[in-house]
Design a protein. Structure first.
Length: 259
């Protein structure tokens, strides 16, 4: 379905981004991966699923740095012509009450979880407009729709990302370019494992009990959403059925925000 299209997924060496990259590769898209840590393992995982001659490339831009983001966008355009599907996924978390929140963590969360989407989008839109086809998919969060204590930077960034998604969707509403957000609940990735481990240590309980407690606090389904499920939703946004889905913030969260 996506043969000949190029997808750039930021923060795709792990977790949700890697799951979405795999799903898009399986539909035939070329995929540009990005992120920290080992790139060869994720590249091999994505390449193993590629169809229709889809190729995989990697660029290690730090998404908190606008100049590196520009280099990433140039790399993708030089390698594959242009970015047709932009998945803004890179993100980090820090948990602390506002009066204790480290200023450098606040700045990093806003830069990576929110500002990076502005930079990639502003650089991707001209070619998408020219082609009259494009998909911008922003990985927000249930925390883009509702708040939790001790996550002020993350909640601010994710609410901002949902607003950004809608504004861009309106600017592009008469074109073939759509902009939408996905709002996952808990997904068992390194980002959440850190929070589970901290909970277990703070309460002197097992990691399994901490994991059950984390789910029970927020998710009526008591189940984690998976990167594969989120990948399938991203593929739907890229399908012809997604042509007129514009500016949504689609929660896949086990009922979290339905409460
Ligand atoms: P993860 O830690 O598994 O993956 C994060 C990815 O971002 C990694 O590839 C990492 O290398 C990359 N990254 C981090 N900082 C970067 C930077 N400065 N530049 C480039 N890459 C960087 O986390 P995840 O859970 O897969 O999270 C992915 C996205 O999903 C994030 O935006 C997160 O906020 C969002 N999200 C996660 C959950 C969850 O429960 N895990 C829920 C809702 C939303």
């Amino acid at each position: 379905m996506l043969a000949g299209k190029t997808a750039l997924v930021t923060g795709s060496t792990s977790g949700i981004g890697l799951g979405i990259a795999k799903a898009l590769a399986a539909q035939g898209a070329h995929v540009v991966l990005n992120g920290f840590g080992d790139a060869n393992g994720p590249m091999a995982e994505v390449a193993a699923l590629a169809t229709s001659g889809g190729q995989v490339a990697f660029h290690g831009a730090d998404m908190s740095k606008p100049a590196e983001i520009e280099a990433l966008m140039q790399f993708a355009a030089q390698r594959f012509g242009q970015v047709d599907i932009l998945v803004n996924n890179a993100g980090i978390q820090h948990v602390a009450n506002v009066e204790d929140f480290p200023v450098d963590k606040w700045d990093a969360i806003i830069a990576i979880n929110l500002c990076s989407a502005f930079h990639t989008t502003r650089l991707a839109v001209p070619a998408m407009r020219a082609a009259n086809w494009g998909r911008i998919i922003n990985i927000a969060s249930a925390h883009g729709l509702v708040a939790s204590a001790a996550k002020s930077a993350y909640v601010a960034a994710k609410h901002g990302l949902v607003g950004f998604t809608k504004s861009v969707a309106l600017e592009l509403a008469t074109t073939g370019v759509t902009s939408n957000a996905i709002c996952p609940g808990w997904v068992l990735t390194p980002l959440v494992q850190k929070q589970i481990d901290a909970k277990a240590a703070a309460q002197g309980i097992s990691v399994a009990d901490a994991s059950r407690q984390l789910l029970a606090e927020k998710e009526p389904s008591l189940q984690f959403t998976t990167p594969d499920e989120l990948g399938a939703l991203a593929v739907f946004f890229c399908s012809p059925a997604g042509n007129n889905v514009r500016g949504v913030a689609w929660n896949m969260d086990g009922g979290w925000v339905a409460q």
